[in-house]
Design a protein around this ligand. Structure first.
Ligand SMILES: [Zn+2]
Length: 144
């Protein structure tokens, strides 16, 4: 019995937890959402179980601007995502509302080609992939 070796498994989809559900629910709607501590007001990174400022565990959810600055950039020339040819540009972005929070996004539009850390970026979300949308760097729309 033989199995086809040409089958490409789909891109793994995130499994939302109590901490990450606001982020992924927002992503599905194309909105960048993070939790905000009800005690001290600090934003929490998607995976943080507690507030990094006061260790509080009660949060509201804020919709953010999507504005960010470039922190770092990696170009993968391997086929790192199923069904996607390389190179894959992975970008670390510090969000405007709290630059201590760094999110990872893909840059399919080439906005960060030749960019230096600190360049302003606009984050958004890519097309629906099995009910999930992943963070992407949006194409530049001119001066900000
Ligand atoms: Zn707090």
């Amino acid at each position: 019995m033989s199995q086809s070796t040409s089958h490409i498994p789909p891109r793994p989809l995130p499994v939302a937890t109590a901490e990450t559900r606001p982020f992924w629910d927002g992503a599905a709607e194309g909105a960048l959402r993070l939790r905000r501590c009800t005690h001290c007001g600090r934003l929490a990174a998607p995976l943080a179980p507690r507030c990094a400022g006061c260790l509080g565990d009660r949060f509201t959810v804020d919709t953010l601007s999507g504005r960010a600055t470039l922190k770092g950039r990696t170009v993968l020339h391997l086929n790192a995502l199923p069904g996607r040819d390389g190179p894959l540009v992975i970008v670390e972005c510090a969000i405007e509302e709290d630059p201590r929070i760094v999110l990872i996004a893909l840059d399919d539009s080439g906005v960060t080609n030749g960019a230096l850390p600190g360049q302003p970026l606009q984050l958004g979300f890519g097309p629906d992939e099995g009910g999930t949308r992943f963070a992407v760097v949006l194409p530049a729309e001119g001066p900000r």
